[in-house]
Design a protein around this ligand. Structure first.
Ligand SMILES: [Zn+2]
Length: 329
């Protein structure tokens, strides 16, 4: 039997308002654009690796973040096979007797959804989770990033094997796997693909953008000079983005033609590891202005006092606990 350490790269809707997303909704949240794998024999030696790029047929625009991270663009993928063909080629490479091993459960869920969506009639093998084996082996609970596991087990990063390439990530995962004291124990951690249904969380509040990090979003054009809802021109921010609660910020921003705008932005943790952002820009009332100015002063004072020293802008774990509507002062 062969161990196939599998890693996928996938594309996602550029926006959840896009017609491409609305056409299929949760039936296809992520579209596979690369299969990567490392094959191990029964002695846990890596005997082969493979990369099978896949041309998306549904989400044709590669999300900018996906493109940046994976280097996969429409141009790169334009000659690649479509899912069914790519998957078949990949499965043929796997052989007759094999299991899939992945790092965490995301890949198997995405794979299952793509197999169902594209109606590929080929049964998936049993799938097991190396991440949970790793956690048990090192006595950790919860999820660990692959990079952290590599450091712990002293897996060298090789210059030509860049991260976020499915084949290289699979290779590194295989290296982690074979260094664990009892790789065989991976059979204790069978994976069941989960139904991908991101709307459950998204429906709690509207997501107008997905962003890689809060910090990155805060420095982006969208928040540095939010667009005026009336004329569509960039406004000039008059205050900082003042935190109200984890993941919730307010600010004032001025349009040359339409006056001061009340900017509200909130972030949430999305199940795919990204952050959802919802931005609203509306003409500011007197109360809005007074409210933001007061909050900004309080914030600056508290910050000076060191109250915000341990404030982590990326920590959104409480946002759903305090999922209150915005304070519209
Ligand atoms: Zn304007």
């Amino acid at each position: 039997m062969q161990y196939i350490v599998l890693d996928l790269e996938w594309n996602q809707p550029v926006s959840y308002q896009s017609s491409a997303y609305r056409k299929v909704g949760d039936r296809l949240l992520f579209e596979v654009i690369q299969f990567g794998a490392a094959k191990l024999n029964e002695k846990f030696e890596i005997v082969d690796t493979i990369s099978v790029p896949v041309r998306p047929t549904h989400y044709l625009t590669i999300h900018p973040r996906v493109k940046r991270m994976t280097g996969l663009s429409s141009e790169v993928l334009c000659d690649a096979p479509e899912f069914a063909e790519g998957f078949t080629a990949f499965m043929d490479w796997c052989g007759d007797d094999f299991v899939f091993l992945t790092w965490g459960c995301d890949d198997v869920s995405v794979l299952q959804q793509n197999v169902d969506f594209f109606r590929v009639e080929r049964e998936l093998p049993k799938m097991y989770d190396i991440q949970r084996l790793y956690a048990a082996a090192v006595g950790k609970s919860g999820q660990t990033a692959l990079k952290t596991a590599m450091e712990t087990l002293e897996v060298q990063v090789e210059e030509e094997r860049t991260f976020h390439n499915a084949m290289h990530d699979a290779y590194y995962t295989a290296e982690v796997f074979r260094r664990l004291p009892k790789p065989m124990d991976v059979f204790k951690y069978e994976e069941q693909p989960k139904k991908l249904c991101h709307n459950e969380r998204r429906s709690k509040f509207r997501v107008t953008d997905t962003v890689a990090s809060v910090r990155e979003a805060m420095e982006s054009e969208k928040l540095v000079s939010p667009v005026c809802p009336t004329c569509g021109k960039p406004t000039k921010r008059q205050t900082e983005l003042v935190p109200q609660a984890p993941g919730k910020y307010v600010a004032l921003s001025k349009c040359q033609n339409h006056g001061v705008m009340f900017v509200k932005v909130r972030f949430s943790e999305l199940p795919d590891g990204q952050k959802g952002m919802h931005l609203s820009v509306l003409p500011a009332s007197h109360q809005n202005r007074a409210y933001v100015h007061t909050k900004e002063l309080q914030y600056q004072l508290k910050r000076k006092r060191g109250d915000y020293d341990s404030f982590d802008v990326e920590d959104l774990s409480d946002t759903f606990m305090s999922n209150m509507p915005f304070e519209d002062a």
